[in-house]
Design a protein around this ligand. Structure first.
Ligand code: ARG
Length: 562
């Protein structure tokens, strides 16, 4: 039910100088609940009509009559309407119960494709906190995009190519050993990489060796390829452990290496378009006019770069997925890189480059400092997640010792806590990492929302709830009304969250719904046997539907019991 649209329609009947959609854009929520449910400010009309907004508000308020709006009043320069609680609540409950999981579906993306590049860790390096954020945010945006009707391609653009592989090959051949790599791939490969850099400080010829091994790799040398493939496979096995814990999947793992044989075409095109210039032996695209440093395409030794592969990948993706939007969920430290890549594509004449978007995010902090996985300070992410699950299990064991599937629920709660803690913050902000905070069952946490959902489920179970026999009437008391108003907002929140690529909109909304429902539950005896019992049960059911679906959009499971 699009109440805002309906209100706009009614107002537009009496207004000639604004279109219905202009009116709709102006409609807002009154500052205080007691001022009404929808407000139309008359300032723009006042400018056009050269009358005071107060006078216009009075006139309009008198004219509007519709069964869904109980009263319409002028409040200074605003026309405020109070919805007819009886009719609206009945309708909204029936809609949510009928649409169930589909409630909140938005049609904006139907028939359109969107490519989402996220997670994208680097082979032979630890899965960093930044990759965790990218994974969690990217996965949520993917699910939200699907809810908005888009066909989504989830791409893990693995960092599996580049000069670092030359270094790794040299280091492995000099100091490495196969069984260590097999046992502990990431740690061992990282140690080799670090050793390479320490040794290279006193022995710069190592750098030359590494360059020549990377060139061999780019040319398809068998030994180089075999080692590369092995490092890649072993690292991927480690990454999959994390994806399994987070329950995240991808449609493609075509990383940087995939574009190795496709880059010639990019370079050729750049050459034909006369976009390449030489700078200190390297080939670059000059971006002085745009006030940016040049975009490096080819090094003096002929090796390609990160940007060359991203240019090639964008073209490949457009040709294969015909996207309307292609988004890159990558930390803000890469903003310059994406600006350069997008600009070069525009210079190449690709009009679809407008649809490319970098979706940046902030750091994860520990005690105010950036949490790093570099050098010795490796925080093994897998351990962090396992610890969250163990802590969740402890608190479940004290809260609900008889719970049957404790292990499974602990995983849902522990992982959910980590994801929610990340997503409740606007993505550009830094996030302070604290397992204790994120696992609390009260406050603005994932477990709080999950717990609210489970509590609502248990009310339904007690009542032997049977949806088919429900006879839903309207609910007009204020506690129900506040919950219902929140539930009504779900589709709008989903749409906003998608257009801003901001899952925090949904996370915050779920906290609101939970708080409103818990207030309701504290004030209203749901299971009283009177003529409104079934309507109240419908409300409780509607809350479970919205909480569960909202959590799903964030990549979090909602157990029925916990
Ligand atoms: N592997 C890169 C990193 O860890 C992120 C890749 C992001 N995606 C892209 N198409 N550049 O920094």
């Amino acid at each position: 039910m699009k109440l805002k649209r309906l209100y706009a329609e009614e107002i537009a009947l009496h207004v000639t100088s604004l279109s219905q959609s202009e009116v709709e854009q102006l409609i807002e929520k009154p500052k205080f609940e007691e001022q009404g449910d929808l407000a139309f400010p008359c300032f723009s009309l006042a400018k056009i009509l050269k009358k005071s907004p107060q006078a216009i508000a009075l006139e309009l308020a008198n004219k509007i009559q519709h069964p869904l709006f109980e009263t319409v009043v002028a409040n200074g320069p605003y026309v405020n309407s109070f919805l007819n609680k009886q009719t609206v609540s009945k309708e909204i409950l029936e809609t949510i119960l009928m649409e169930d999981k589909n409630y909140g579906f938005v049609q904006m993306g139907e028939g359109k494709n969107i490519v989402i590049d996220f997670s994208s860790p680097n082979i032979a390096k630890p899965f960093s906190m930044g990759h965790l954020r990218s994974t969690v945010i990217g996965n949520a945006i993917s699910t939200i995009a699907q809810k908005c009707g888009y066909t989504v391609k989830k791409i893990n653009h693995l960092g599996d190519w580049g000069t670092q592989f030359g270094k790794l090959i040299v280091a492995y051949k000099k100091w490495g050993n196969a069984s260590n790599v097999k046992e502990n791939p990431i740690e061992e490969l990282l140690a080799l990489y670090v050793k390479f850099h320490t040794e290279a400080e006193s022995n710069p010829s190592l750098e030359d060796e590494a360059r020549s091994w990377f060139l061999k790799l780019e040319e398809g040398n068998e030994e180089a390829l075999a080692l590369w493939k092995w490092f890649r496979d072993e690292s991927l096995k480690e990454f999959f452990k994390i994806y399994e814990l987070l329950d995240v999947t991808f449609d493609s793992y075509q990383g940087e290496a995939f574009y190795n044989d496709k880059m010639d075409r990019t370079i050729e095109q750049l050459t034909i378009l006369q976009l390449l210039t030489e700078s200190e032996g390297a080939e670059v695209v000059d971006l002085t006019e745009e006030n940016l440093p040049p975009c490096l395409i080819k090094k003096s030794d002929g090796a390609t770069l990160y940007a060359t592969r991203d240019l090639t990948a964008a073209v490949y993706r457009y040709e294969n997925y015909n996207f309307e939007q292609a988004i890159y969920v990558v930390g803000h430290e890469q903003s310059l890189h994406f600006k350069q890549v997008f600009l070069v594509l525009e210079k190449m004449g690709y009009s679809w480059a407008k649809g490319l978007k970098h979706i940046p995010f902030g750091f994860i902090l520990k005690d105010g400092k950036k949490m790093s996985t570099r050098k010795g300070k490796v925080v093994l992410l897998e351990e962090v997640i396992t610890e969250a699950i163990a802590l969740a299990k402890l608190s479940i064991a004290t809260k609900n010792p008889d719970l049957e599937n404790k292990e499974e629920v602990a995983k849902m709660v522990g992982v959910g806590a980590i994801i929610f803690h990340d997503l409740k913050n606007e993505r550009q902000n830094n996030v302070e990492f604290s397992l204790n905070d994120m696992l609390r069952f009260e406050g603005t946490t994932g477990p709080y929302v999950q717990y609210t959902h489970a509590r609502a489920c248990s009310i339904l179970e007690k009542a032997k709830y049977n949806e088919k026999s429900l006879n839903v009437d309207g609910l007009t008391d204020s506690h129900s009304w506040f919950v219902l108003k929140r539930l009504m907002e779900f589709p709008v929140v989903i749409e906003k969250s998608f257009s801003q690529h901001e899952p925090s909109q949904i996370a915050k909304y779920l906290i609101d719904v939970s708080q409103e429902f818990n207030k309701y539950y504290a004030h209203v005896k749901v299971l009283t046997d009177d003529h409104l019992l079934e309507s109240r049960l419908a409300l409780v059911k509607a809350v479970t539907i919205v909480l569960k679906e909202g959590l799903r959009l964030l990549g979090i499971k909602a157990p029925d019991k916990m």
